[in-house]
Design a protein around this ligand. Sequence first.
Ligand SMILES: [Zn+2]
Length: 446
Amino acid sequence: MGCCEGGVRFRLYPKPPYVHPEWPPETISVSESPGAIGPGPSDERMRLVRPIGKRFPYGVNPGPLGTPHLDFPPWKGPVFQPVFPDAEGHFDHLLPGTPEFAEAHVFGTVRFVLDIWERYFGRRIEWHFASDYRQLEIAILPGLNNAYAGYGFMEVGAHRFSDGNHAPYALNFDVIAHELGHLILYSTVGLPTPATQQGEYFGFQESGADTTALIAGLHFASLLEHLLQETHGNLYTFNELDRFAELSPNDQIRLASNDVKMSAFAAGWVDEHALSQPLTGAIFDILVDIFQEMLVDRGLIPRDVAEATRLVRNSPENAPALQPVFDAAFAGRYEEFRAALVDARDTMGFMLAETWKRLTANYFTYLDVAETMIEIETAMCGGRYRRAMAESFAWREIGRVSAGPRLAPPGPRSHSHSARTVAPRIQDQLPRMSYRERALMVGIAP
Ligand SMILES: [Zn+2]
């Protein structure tokens, strides 16, 4: 299926199997031809490793006597045996439930999502760390209760349940795609300096990473089908996309169709994932509006139904009343609805890529995103969706209310611009280790 007939095959779970055991993995192909992805898996842009004995994620870590120091890839310690392709160069022969399947799943997800976004960007997306590393090192670290992407690496841990069980993020497409989203944004929008950083940049990082994953997920044939069979095209009802990023590190606040407005943060903010919600919500609403406009243009639903659904945003209790209209319109029209959803997805993907190309990280505001997207839409679609976009951003109070100051220092849940995402050059700003601690570090002191 998809863009890459003849490419290397992987099997990916559209939804994590520990939440949806009924949902089988789907076979997808990536852009590379058989032979281009070797053991690891690895290719010229990334390699997967399963380290043995890696105690800390990369970034700032305590030394043996407590002095902070920096750990960066590559991992030089021992690793488990890499995963090999089959005789034809594919990775879809691995058995679900094995560590090898999980390793191929992580690599295949990163490659699949990167392919999708490189198509939207119309060019290769270079790593932001390309001056130091050719490849992204993707490490599976079961002891890490999170997932991070930083300078030269992505580390994928596991979700801990209160009963002590854990579920590997290696099998969670949304979490891995979200982390790749951060890397895409570091590369294309960049990082602000401490003097020019604004809170809305951090909210944007989380929103953009979620949007990266959401648009990528809409490339699974089984997810499109499930979504449309469940809603019959009435995407303002609670649906598959609302269960986005289940059991992610921050799953409780990651509803794409939320009703959070900027005034919730006027006095200040603590968590960038919460701050991301008005922007993610606006983008989600615009995506649904574009889909509805396409349904109207193609004669699949009447204009007055599309108008009525726009009002549902303000009063969600009206969504079920519209359901019979969608049920009737959808009957026998699955292919037409699917084509409209794919076109709406791609319109949003191309618009976001063009927007991200133009944004800069310094003095960043959500208003920059709204302005730029509206300009891009005019150039790309001639203003067809302008009203929907302006209404959605205005409803979120973007352009009217700015986020207040950060009220607490970044916590362990923070993804971007944290101790995990610093670049090697901050080494000089850290305290020097004693002679003895340095000796302990390299294992030559008792
Ligand atoms: Zn994040």
